[in-house]
Design a protein around this ligand. Structure first.
Ligand code: SAM
Length: 239
């Protein structure tokens, strides 16, 4: 997979891309991540990328030309890839695990990070997706793009040590994940449930499913609206 991040602050990505799972995915050539500073396409001596809004109002807006020029450059460098161009936008579709799974199937993702008061509306003609990290306003699109890159890259084949862990993660199966325990078997009077120690994988799977179901019912009942509950599941949460 190829990822381009179009931003005024490329240095912000050094940390998140330089550690842990994303770093290993880059080193293993599973993903190629580049930042493109669109300041280089700004006009005039000061490489201006923003301007005041027509009609007046607060704040500065990103001008269209630098982002269009940045996209032209990416298209020239990678003319043949299938591209998904994702605008970071608090008014966009909320990002979720299903979207991360969808993005992880793509050949080339391009994240456009806004700043200031927002964008000239014509920038939207460049994009295939308008995506929000959540119902709050960030200073810029960089933190949102980092989260989306991280959630997407960990789903790529051979990135996680154990591929099953992504399948059972909260939000992948449609339920929140069950509780986990590791050694010691007892700590400060708190014991690991017996079922996890008896080696009976059938019973362990049943226990885990029940725990996932209970946790989802208690914490995120809204998720169950889209989950296919069996009769046994329904009886369990009716208790
Ligand atoms: N005035 C804009 C509005 O009300 O929609 C907010 C502009 S915000 C200060 C600057 C930029 O940060 C946005 O253009 C967007 O790229 C990014 N941003 C802010 N909040 C975001 C969110 N929740 N999800 C994704 N990007 C966000």
């Amino acid at each position: 997979m190829k990822i381009d991040i179009v931003t005024l602050f490329p240095e912000m990505f050094d940390g998140p891309l330089g550690h842990s799972i994303v770093k290993r995915a880059i080193e293993k050539d599973i993903v190629d991540v580049n930042t493109v500073n669109f300041r280089q396409f700004g006009k005039g001596k000061h490489q201006q990328v923003d301007d005041t809004p027509y009609g007046g109002g607060a704040g500065m807006l990103l001008k269209p030309e630098p982002l269009f020029d940045a996209m032209d450059t990416i298209n020239e460098q990678s003319p043949k890839t299938n591209k998904r161009v994702i605008l970071m936008d608090p008014a966009g579709k909320p990002f979720d695990q299903a979207m991360a799974e969808d993005f992880s199937e793509e050949e080339h993702l391009i994240f456009l990070c806004g700043h200031y008061e927002g964008y000239d509306e014509r920038i939207r003609s460049l994009v295939t997706d308008e995506v929000s990290l959540g119902d709050y306003v960030l200073t810029g699109g960089e933190l949102a793009a980092m989260v989306m890159v991280d959630a997407t890259v960990r789903l790529l084949p051979d990135v996680l040590g154990n591929a099953v862990s992504a399948q059972t993660d909260s939000h992948s199966s449609g339920l929140l994940e069950h509780p986990h325990y590791t050694r010691p078997a007892e700590y400060k009077g708190m014991k690991v449930p017996d079922v996890l120690m008896n080696g009976n994988h059938g019973l362990i799977e049943t226990w885990r499913h029940e725990q996932s179901l209970k946790r989802t019912f208690l914490r995120r009942p809204d998720m169950l609206e889209n989950y296919n509950l069996t009769e046994t599941d329904q009886a369990l949460i009716a208790k």
